[in-house]
Design a protein around this ligand. Structure first.
Ligand SMILES: [Zn+2]
Length: 301
């Protein structure tokens, strides 16, 4: 018989957990990888971006998939499953994929796949949805979290199932088709409260159905802008990724979002920053947004 007393308490992660009102939020790194630095900064010249992110000999920069475990009203929610573990040796080398994935990292927090009630992804690109399924040998892939549905925008599911030619390489069917087949993909439209105090908000821009996540409780607020602002180096409004399908929409939404978060002193969590899991932002003397160093939550602790 299973002895539940030997299991660490769910999601009790000591100093890593942050209280947003009554909601407990634990940042953790679900994947470490590298991508071409140019692709991460679009038209921004390397002489500028390399001051923020040092490229390796293949011009790649370090990136994380920064995830959140959110405990609210009896629900255990995973925000962003990261790259996952379905990569062969050649692909792992290409992305310089580090060891570990969302399942091994959750286990370190005392959380088993069965404990997760709900999974949220900002969009279905491979570095965000990969961990939502695991390899099932010759049968392909199966859902990683047997008791959870993955919530994405309807628009995003459509974009992933029939991708535009420009984003075909960013979607891998094994990351989400097994969820569709198992009734484990839940689509929403627009802005929806998906768990107590946890809201998804449709933004589009990076992908047609990109969404951000806002966490609100007891007058406190945290925001996960996903790939609208993937790292702190992207705080300049015109520092956009070459991957953005609609850069004008990203620019507009990002401007409104950062102004709002600076005003309200919301805690921001970055999807890909290799150093900073979360922080508050402020306006610098030059009129740009910058991170408030005192508020930094290190990603790699
Ligand atoms: Zn991404």
């Amino acid at each position: 018989m299973e002895d539940n007393n030997n299991r660490p308490p769910r999601g009790i992660t000591g100093e890593r957990a942050i209280d947003i009102g009554d909601i407990k939020v634990t940042p953790f790194v679900s994947s470490r990888f590298r991508l071409d630095g140019g692709s991460m900064f679009g038209v921004i010249p390397r002489v500028l971006w390399e001051r923020k992110a040092t490229p390796d000999s293949m011009n790649r920069i370090d990136l994380n998939s920064n995830s959140l475990l959110i405990e609210t009203g009896g629900h255990t929610v995973l925000l962003e499953p990261g790259m996952g573990s379905k990569y062969d040796a050649k692909q792992s080398l290409l992305y310089a994929l580090g060891e570990g994935d969302v399942i091994t990292e959750l286990a370190r927090l005392g959380v088993e796949p069965e404990d997760i009630d709900l999974v949220l992804a900002t969009h279905l690109h491979l570095d965000h949805a990969g961990g939502s399924t695991v390899s099932d040998g010759s049968r392909g892939a199966r859902p990683s979290f047997p008791n959870a549905k993955l919530v994405v925008q309807l628009e995003e599911m459509k974009a992933a199932l029939e991708p535009h030619a420009l984003s075909r390489g960013s979607y891998r069917r094994d990351d989400f088709v097994p969820l569709v087949d198992n009734g484990a993909l839940m689509t929403v439209e627009g802005d929806v409260e998906v768990a107590p105090g946890v809201f998804v908000e449709m933004t589009g821009g990076h992908t047609p159905g990109h969404q951000i996540v806002r966490i609100e409780s007891g007058g406190q607020e945290a925001v996960y802008p996903g790939d609208l602002v993937p790292t702190c180096a992207h705080l300049r409004l015109n520092w956009l990724m070459a991957w953005d399908l609609d850069p004008r929409a990203v620019y507009a939404r990002k401007g409104r979002l950062l102004a709002d978060c600076a005003d309200r002193e919301a805690l921001l969590f970055w999807s890909h920053d290799p150093r900073v899991a979360g922080c508050r932002i402020k306006t610098s003397q030059a009129g740009y947004y910058e991170i408030d160093e005192e508020s930094v939550l290190e990603a790699n602790k």
